[in-house]
Design a protein around this ligand. Sequence first.
Ligand SMILES: *Cc1c(COP(=O)(O)O)cnc(C)c1O
Length: 386
Amino acid sequence: MLPYGRQDITQADIDAVIEVLQSDFLTQGPVVPLFEEAIAKKVGARHAVATNSATSALHLACLALGLGPGDRLWTSTISFVASANCGLYCGANVDFVDIDPQTYNLCPDALARKLETAKLSGQLPKIVVAVHLCGQPCDMAAIHRLSIQYGFAIIEDASHAIGGRYRGRPIGSCDFSDITIFSFHPVKIITTAEGGMAVTNSKALHNTMELLRSHGITRDPTQMTHEPHGPWYYQQIALGFNYRMTELQGALGLSQLERLDQYVERRHDLAERYDRLLSDLPVTRPWQSPDSYSARHLYVIRVQQEIADRNHVFASMRAQQIGVNLHYIPIHTQPYYTPLGFKEGDFPNAEQYYREAISLPLFGTMTETQQDIVITALADSIKGCG
Ligand SMILES: *Cc1c(COP(=O)(O)O)cnc(C)c1O
C-alpha cells in the first residue's frame, strides 16, 4: 500500500541518534535545547519549548494562557481531535467554528458572527485555536483583528505547517498569535517519532510552559518561596506534567530540520504536478490563498456526489493499494463530543467537506512514478464509480 504520508530517515539522522545513545544524556541533556533554539531561529520566534507531542504542547499552551473551568475554547471542527481536546483537559468548554468552503480552514466570517452572538450572551471564548489545515495558514490577520475586538488569545495549531509562510513570514513567528504549536509525528513535515514544540515571543508564556512541562518543578532560586536548602534543592511551585522530549528525539529533529526547506519544496513540486495532471478530472483541487506559502502537508481533493460516490472512489483507491485517507471527521460529530451539545447539521460547510474529501498520497520522498500510479487509479476509480 502506498501510504498517504511517510517519514524520510537518512544515514545522518541515524548517526545523530546513535551519537546520543552513546552519550551521557538520553534525556534532559544539551541536545533538546539546541533543537529548541534551531526551531525558534528557523520560524522567527523568540522562545521554544520542546514536548513529547503536539498534543502536550497544546495542553501547555492552554494552561499558560490561563484556560480553566468556566472558560471557553473554540477551534475548527475540521481538525484532529487534539486541537479541541486541549480545552477539555483544562476543564474548559469547547465549541467549534465552521470552515471556509475554499480553504477548509476556520472561516473568519463564521467566527465573527459567532463572536457577535457570544458577546450578547456573555459567552466569549478565552482562546481560539487556528488550525492551518493541510499546511495552508488561516486568515490570521482577520482572526487577529477579531481577537483585539473581542479579547481572546490565539494558538496556531501548525502541526501541518512548519516550513510554510504567511504573507512572507514563517509560520511560527507568532505575528498574529500568542503561541504556535508544531507536531513531529512521522506523517508530518519533519519527525522526531513522537514530539512537538510550542513557540512564542512572550517570555512569560515560555517560562510557564517550560515549568509545566516538567512537573511544575523549578531550580531557579528567584522563583522559590525561600533560600534553597542546598545544591540538591528544587521546589514544586505548580502542578505540572512530564511532557519532556528525549535527547534521541531532539537529535533526530535537529538532523531532520536541515532538510525542512527541501521537503517543503518537494511537496510543492508534487502538489503542483497533481494540480496539472488532475485538471481534466471532475474533482476539486485544493485552492491556495495568495497570502500563503503552504507547507503542503496534505493534498485534499473533493469528489462531488453528483460526479461520483466518494465512498466508492475511496474504496476503489484502497483496493488498488493507494493509501488514501480522510482528514478529518468533523470533531463535533465524534461520540465523545455529541453529548457535550453538538449534532449533525451544526456546521454545514464542514459536514459537506467531510462527505467529499479524499487525501491523496503526498510526502517528501514520493516519486513521480508513484504519483502517476495514484492519478491513474483515481481516474479509473471515478470512471468506475460515476
Ligand atoms: C498531528 C496533529 C496533532 C497532534 O500531534 P501529535 O504530535 O501527534 O500529538 C494536533 N493537531 C493537528 C492538526 C494534527 O494534525
